[in-house]
Ligand binder design. Sequence first.
Ligand SMILES: C[S@@+](CC[C@H](N)C(=O)[O-])C[C@H]1O[C@@H](n2cnc3c(N)ncnc32)[C@H](O)[C@@H]1O
Length: 934
Amino acid sequence: MNAVEIEQALSDLALQPFDASEFPFAFLAAFGNKDTALKRLRAGHNNASDLPGGVLQRSHIHLAVCPPGGTGSALRTLRGSPATTKAKARFILATDGQTLEAEDLSAGETIACDYADFADHFGFFLPLAGISTVKEIKDNPIDVRATGRLNKLYVELLRENPDWASAERRADMNHFMARLIFCFFAEDTDIFNGDALFTRTVEQMSERDAGNTDQVLAEIFRAMNVRIADRAGANLRPWADQFPYVNGGLFSGSAAVPRFTRMARSYLLHAGTLNWKQINPDIFGSMIQAVADDEERAALGLHYTSVPNILKVLNPLFLDDLRAQLDAAGDNKAKLLNLRKRMARIRVFDPACGSGNFLVIAYKQMRQIEAEINRRRGESHLGSGIPLTNFRGIELRDFPAEIARLALIIAEFQCDVLYRGQKDALAEFLPLSAENWIVCGNALRLDWLSVCPPTGTGVKLAADDLFQTPLDHNEIDFENEGGETYICGNPPYKGSQTQTKEQKSDLASVFEPVGIPSKQIDYVGGWFMKAAAYAQATPAESAFVSTNSICQGRIVPILWPEILRRGSVIRFAHTSFKWANLAARNAGVTVAIVGLSTDKAKKRQLYDLDGDGETTAREASNITPYLTAGDTTVVEGRRESFSNLADMSFGNMPVDGGHLLLTAEEAALLGLNKSEDAKFLRRIYGSAEFIRGVVRKCIWIGDGDLQQALQLPAIRARIDSVSQMRRESKDAGTREMAARSHQFREMYCGERHTLILPGVSSEGREYLPVGLIDNRSVVSNLAFALYDAPLWNMALIASRLHLVWIATVCGKLKTDFRYSNTLGWNTFPVPLLTAQNKADLTRCAENILLARELHFPATIAELYDADTMPDNLRQAHADNDEVLERIYIGRRFRNDTERLEKLFELYTKMVAKPGSAKPAKAAPAKRAARKAAA
Ligand SMILES: C[S@@+](CC[C@H](N)C(=O)[O-])C[C@H]1O[C@@H](n2cnc3c(N)ncnc32)[C@H](O)[C@@H]1O
C-alpha cells in the first residue's frame, strides 16, 4: 500500500465506532496486512505478545487495548515487556478508545492524541509499511490527505462521466480539478469571504442526491469569471454572486462541469473539510499529478520529491551564491539593495517541470532571502519584487502543467501572507493574472530560446516547435529584463530499451542534426544537450537530476564531447546517491546531479556522500564527465590492453540451435562410454554456469576425431541437427559454418587453464567474480575468457580498483555491472609491474581461490553475496587490494573516489603516450596454437 492509501484506511478506521477487540487487527489491516496474516495473529499462532489482549507482530508493532484512562500505563507496560524486546518491535501502541499513545522505539519519538485524531499521525507509522518517512510528510499530513480525497473524487467522476476520460475531454477534466483545488484553498485563506464559502455553498445549494451539483458548481465558476463591474447584467444567482472575480484563465474557457453522483458529492464535501491553508504547493503538486494519469494512479503519492533533494540542485546552482551575497552585505543598505535588484531579474526555467516543485521551491527560497533583505533595510512593508512570471516551465502533460501554475500562485500568496501579512496579501491577490507561463508541450521539440528568450535583448523569438504552432507564452515578457537565467529540474530518465518510439524520435531530433547517434543515449541526455545549446546562445547555467548512467560507460564518449565542445563545463556535480521517494521499501533510483556552466572561471564543486551518508563538498580544478576531479578524459574502447595485460575475449559461440549443448542429464542419455565421454564432451561455462554452479556440457570435437565421433549415433544425430539449422539460416556466415557442424564458431580453450569472467555481475557484490577453470573446460560466449593468462591478471580483475573502474567506464545494465573487454579491461591503467609485483599478485589470486575452496561446494553466487560472504574470502580480497593498491600509491586508497581519480590520472598519461606501456602482442599466433590443441 502507498502512503495515500494508508492515510485513507486510517482515517476510515478513526471514523468507525471503537471496537476494543477488533482495533489491533483493523489497525494492522490499514497497513496492508493480508487477511491470512491477520487470521493467524487472531488465532494466536503468530502473536508474540506476553500481555493479556496484546497483539505483537514481530519486528513491527506491539499493541494493547486498555481500560478507560489506562493508556499511559499500558504504554509503559508495553515498553517494559520482554516480548517487545525479544520480537524487536519497532513500535508500541496503547489505546482505550478515547486517547491513543504510541512510541517509535528506534527513533525514540512518541505521540499522544485523542483517539479520533490518530489518523493525523499516519506519517509516524509509515515505517510499518516499509516506507521511510520524510519529515515534511510526517509533520504535516494535509498534502497526502488532500491527494487521497481528490483521487477518490476524480475516479468517481470519471466512472460517472466516461466521456470525460477521452483524450479530447481530459483537459477539461483536469482544468475542472484545478478549479476545485483553487476554491478549496481560497475558502480557507480568506481569499473568499466568509468561512468555508465554497464547500458550504455547494452543500446548501445542491440536492442531497447530487442531481444539480454540476449546475451549482457551474454557476459558482461562472461568477468567478465575471468582473464585479459586469455583475449587474450577468444575472448571477445571489449565492454565486458572493464569490469574487478570479479568472486569470482559471475560470474562463469551457464552463462545463461533470455530472456528480451522490458519492462524488460527498467526496467533494469531504475534501472541503480539510484545512487547505496548510497545503504545501510543492509537495501536494507532486502527489496530485498522478491522479490524472491512468498508468500512474497506482503510484499515487510516490513521486514526491523531498525538499532537501531539490535543494541539492538549487543551492549550488544559484541559491548558495545569493545567500553568500546576503551574508557579505550584512547591514549595508546599498549592498542589500543590489542583491534585491539582482534577484528581481533572475529567471528560473524548468523544462520538465511536472507540477512545478523545483520552481515553487526556488521561488519560496528567494522570497525568504528577499524578506531578510527587507527586514535589514527596515522595509518589511514592501511588496515583493520577484515576479512569478520569471519562473518558467515546460511540461508534457496538461494536468501537472495546470497544477504547476496553480502551485506557484498559491506559493506567492502564502509568501505574501508570511512576509507581508494577510491584509496586503489579499489586497493584491485577485484577480489572478491571465498569463500562463507554464508551457504544456514537449521540451525536446520546443525551442527553449522561445519559451525562455535571451535576457536583456527584449527580442522575442518565434517558436519553432514540431507542429509549427505559435506559442503565445513567449509573448509574456520577463519582468526586469537582463538578469541571470538558471535552468533546472528532474527530467525523465529512460534507457534506450524502455524509450517509446516517440521518445526515440525526440532524441534523434536533438542529436542527429549534429551528427550524433542517439540510439544508446538515455532520454535525459536530450535535456543536457539542449541546455548546452541554450547556453551557447545566451548566458545560462543549468543543473539537472539525472540517472547516473549518463556519466558512466558507453554513453560518455557519445554525449559529453559534444556538450564540452559547445563551451559548457561541469561546474558542480553531486555523485551518485539514492533519490528517495515514498515507495514502500524505498525503491528510489540512483541518481547524480550535474551542473553546467559556460563560465570557466567559476569555482568547481564536487559533492559526495561520505560513509555516514553526509554530503561532503570539495573544490576541484576540473570535473570530468565521470564526475571525478581531474583532467577531462573520455574513455573509449581499445582493441588491445595498453597495460600489458593478457588478451580477454568473449568465449566460444555455439551457433548450434541448442544441439551442441547438453544438460548433465542429456549428456548421460547419450550413452557414451567413459573414454568417449572424456574425448567428445567437455564442461562448458557461461555466466550462469560459473556463478550458480549449474553443470552444463558441450560436444567438443577436434577435426581429427570427427570420423570416430560420427560412428556414435547420438552424437551424429546432434551434428546433423546443427548442420540443418546452419544450412537453413538467413545469415551467410552461419550457412558457411554448416561444413563443420561438429564445432562451435570458435574453438578456443586454454592449454593450461582459462580465466573466466561473467559479462554481467550483480551490483550487490563487492568484487567481480572472476574464476579459474581447467584446460578441459570451455567458456561459452556468455562470459569472457583469458586463455592461459598468468594468474596475476586474476588478482587485477578481483580487485576493488577494477570494480570501481568497470562501474564507471562500462556502466550498468539495469542495476548490474556490465563488463566490456575493450572498454573496461584493455583500458584499465596498471603501473608497470615488476617480477616481484607479479609474484605477489599471483599469490593473492591463489589465496582467493584457496579461500573459496574451503567452502566447497558453495557457489560463486553464495560466496559473493555481500551479506553472507565468508570472512576468510573477504580477507583474501582485502589482502589482494592491499598488495595492489600499494603498487599504485604505496598505501591503501582512502575511498573509491580516490581510487577512481588515480586511475583516471594514470589513464590520461597512458593515452598521451600510447606506446609507452603497450605490449608486443602475439594474439593471433597464440590463438592458432590453442585451436590446433582443440
Ligand atoms: C521525473 S518528473 C519530474 C517532475 C517534478 N520536477 C518532480 O520532481 O516531481 C519528469 C517530468 O517530465 C515530464 N516529461 C516527460 N517527457 C517530457 C517531455 N518530452 N517534455 C516535457 N516534459 C516531459 C513528465 O510528465 C514529468 O512530469
